[in-house]
Design a binder for this molecule. Structure first.
Ligand code: SF4
Length: 333
């Protein structure tokens, strides 16, 4: 197909393209379909590494494509499968990051997945950067990819429908808010530094106070822009009534929505999901305080396609962080 297209072009132009551009596409490795219709697509990269892209069809005509931004992840969030896989090829690069994806490799995931699944799920309506990797650790490529996704000569999504998620890299988060119109999601997951230091080690560098104050200041400068806080609910760890009240205090003055997410269990994690009843109670406390709050149930978990489940089952796992004494009962440590 590509060679036919090139034959139609002026020879000098083709020569110039050959000198300045590379035609590299992802190749399809596999598609796994979960019982709820979620698809996990495995793409092989030029260098042989494999990434995962997830397509989540929803009722109400919405279909979301979740793209990866890195191969593996360095953040080591304790509840996440991706972040806990060590790099089996370069064991010295701890905590599972193999490499960043290029802008082309990110955009191509959405384009290729759309081409593969158009007849089954229709057109994609939303893009989320919530696959493998910490998007803002690869900020140059991610901002360019998001720009292409919203450009009218690119994929032409509304900026409100393209969401970049971060575990809380504060300097990069500031840069993203200055340079992109796309939506931002922050993976919060705890209401105290003690818990967040344990389950999201990035908090030791950029703690809750700094993260939230930065958002308060930066969003004060933007017009009608809301950050989405994601809160994965872990039984006995971050789901108490006290947590709900602390969360209300923490987000005071930040234009935001809060997404309560049911934890997706996987091998290699100590945690258990919060029960639905407890999630509803937590949600109601936030709603009574006039927070905009949603609950998101697990999707695609029977094919390891759910949030926090991407990565290669059976790969070497990075060491777990020591469990604080008061949570040992909750995680059976
Ligand atoms: S939750 Fe996101 S940032 Fe954390 S380890 Fe997993 S992929 Fe990385």
């Amino acid at each position: 197909m590509l060679s036919m297209t090139l034959q139609c072009l002026n020879k000098d132009f083709v020569k110039m393209l050959g000198e300045h551009a590379k035609f590299k596409a992802l190749s399809l490795e596999n598609i796994l379909t979960a019982s709820d219709g979620t698809r996990k697509i495995l793409f092989r990269l030029d260098d042989g590494l494999v990434i995962e892209t997830v397509v989540i069809p929803c009722d109400r005509g919405r279909t979301t494509v979740c793209v990866s931004s890195q191969v593996g992840c360095a953040m080591n969030c304790q509840f996440c499968f991706t972040g806990r896989q060590a790099n089996i090829f370069h064991i010295e690069t701890l905590m599972g990051l193999k490499r960043h994806l290029s802008t082309a490799e990110i955009v191509e995931q959405a384009v290729f997945a759309q081409r593969l699944l158009t007849h089954e799920v229709g057109s994609f309506t939303n893009v989320v950067f919530m696959g493998m990797g910490e998007p803002l650790q690869n900020i140059d490529s991610v901002i360019k990819a998001a720009d292409i996704m919203v450009h009218d000569q690119g994929l032409h999504f509304s900026p409100r429908k393209v969401t970049v998620s971060t575990s809380g890299l504060v300097p990069q988060l500031k840069r993203f808010l200055h340079e992109s119109n796309c939506a931002l999601a922050v993976s919060l997951n705890a209401t105290t530094d003690e818990v967040r230091n344990w389950i999201m080690p990035i908090n030791r560098k950029y703690n809750l106070g700094l993260l939230l104050q930065t958002l308060r200041e930066e969003l004060g400068l933007k017009n009608s822009y809301k950050v989405l806080f994601e809160y994965v609910m872990l039984d006995g760890v971050n789901d108490s009534v006290d947590d709900a009240y602390r969360l209300i205090d923490l987000v005071q003055g930040i234009p935001c929505k809060i997404n309560l997410i049911q934890f997706n269990p996987h091998c290699g994690s100590l945690f258990r999901p919060t029960s639905t009843e407890k999630m509803i109670k937590f949600r109601n406390i936030l709603a009574e305080a006039k927070c905009v709050v949603f609950m998101r149930y697990s999707k695609g978990d029977d094919q390891m396609a759910a949030c926090g489940q991407l990565g290669k089952p059976g790969a070497i796992q990075t060491p777990l962080i020591r469990v604080p004494e008061q949570f040992k009962m909750a995680v059976n440590a």
